[in-house]
Design a protein around this ligand. Structure first.
Ligand SMILES: Cc1cc2nc3c(=O)[nH]c(=O)nc-3n(C[C@H](O)[C@H](O)[C@H](O)COP(=O)(O)OP(=O)(O)OC[C@H]3O[C@@H](n4cnc5c(N)ncnc54)[C@H](O)[C@@H]3O)c2cc1C
Length: 247
């Protein structure tokens, strides 16, 4: 049995000098929105593999991933340079629990992402399930600089298609920008600006929260939500918080 599926890059879109997305053709097994797979390249005779979240929803046949090149990082810098038509290895099966299957029923769904962790939420929002299940969906998307806020047009399209049901809140930590919260998601959650901007309260009675990305943000946010009486979702004990850390 083969461990890897041979894929081909069909697009390498540069968003900034450090952010890019790849579209890849590869015959992989079906996955759930919010899951991740592993991508690998042969570098100096060694297969170097890392986990990456699907940006495309399961119904779209071309796979999409969104990347940050990490200074000195072995795989991310090679992926930045990869060209259309070049080969890439993709793991045959997806994995991960940042999916709506893990999220109990609630009135509202909050999606909290830093940087490239917007990817799994774009996948989830491109399916029908969240729109069917939740009265309101609010997404907070945190980056350092405004230029790093990729995929705005997809989020704006959801706002247009689902007025009132969906809104997204840009949080920019290292510069002031109009229509954005200046600061981190955690600060805006703690001081009430996040809910004020979202137009709805976040709490255990009405909300489910999915958090993805920077492990410091994930940890601090969980601590803040626990102060509100919210708990992680466990199979044996449903709570309110579903999480994925990127490192
Ligand atoms: C479940 C899961 C899903 C992931 N999905 C994505 C994704 O969709 N897109 C993506 O870009 N990365 C994602 N990552 C991170 C990815 O797997 C790699 O770690 C990253 O691309 C860097 O790879 P590298 O080989 O260059 O360096 P590595 O040796 O893997 O990492 C070096 C260091 O870089 C830092 N780092 C890792 N990832 C990031 C990041 N995204 N942003 C800033 N700093 C980082 C950490 O401090 C890490 O210790 C995911 C990780 C996990 C665990």
């Amino acid at each position: 049995m083969t461990d890897w599926v041979a894929g081909m890059v069909v697009e390498n879109r540069r968003w900034t000098d450090r952010l890019h997305s790849l579209r890849i053709e590869a015959a992989v097994a079906p996955f759930k929105a919010g899951q991740y797979t592993r991508l690998a390249l042969d570098i100096d005779g060694v297969k170097v593999a890392r986990p990456y979240s699907f940006v495309n929803p399961p119904q779209e046949p071309v796979l999409e991933f969104y990347f940050n090149s990490v200074p000195g990082g072995p795989l991310s810098n090679q992926l930045l340079a990869i060209k259309e038509g070049e080969p890439i290895w993709v793991a045959p099966e997806a994995t991960g629990f940042l999916t709506l299957d893990e999220v109990p029923e609630a009135e509202d769904l909050w999606l909290l992402a830093t940087g490239t962790a917007i990817g799994p939420f774009l996948s989830i929002l491109a399916t029908e399930e969240p729109w069917r299940r939740f009265q309101r969906i609010r997404l907070a998307y945190s980056v350092r600089h405004g230029v790093d806020m990729s995929y705005r047009e997809r989020l704006d399209a959801h706002v247009k298609e689902r007025p009132g049901q969906f809104d997204w809140i840009p949080c920019i930590s290292r510069e002031q920008m109009a229509d954005s919260i200046n600061g981190r998601i955690t600060t805006a959650l703690a001081d009430g600006r996040l809910e004020q901007r979202a137009g709805c309260a976040l709490g255990p009675e009405q909300s489910q929260v999915m958090i993805c990305g920077n492990p410091h943000m994930v940890k601090e946010t969980i601590a803040l939500l626990k102060e509100r009486g919210m708990q992680k979702n466990l199979r044996r004990a449903p709570g309110h918080i579903t999480v994925e850390r990127y490192w």
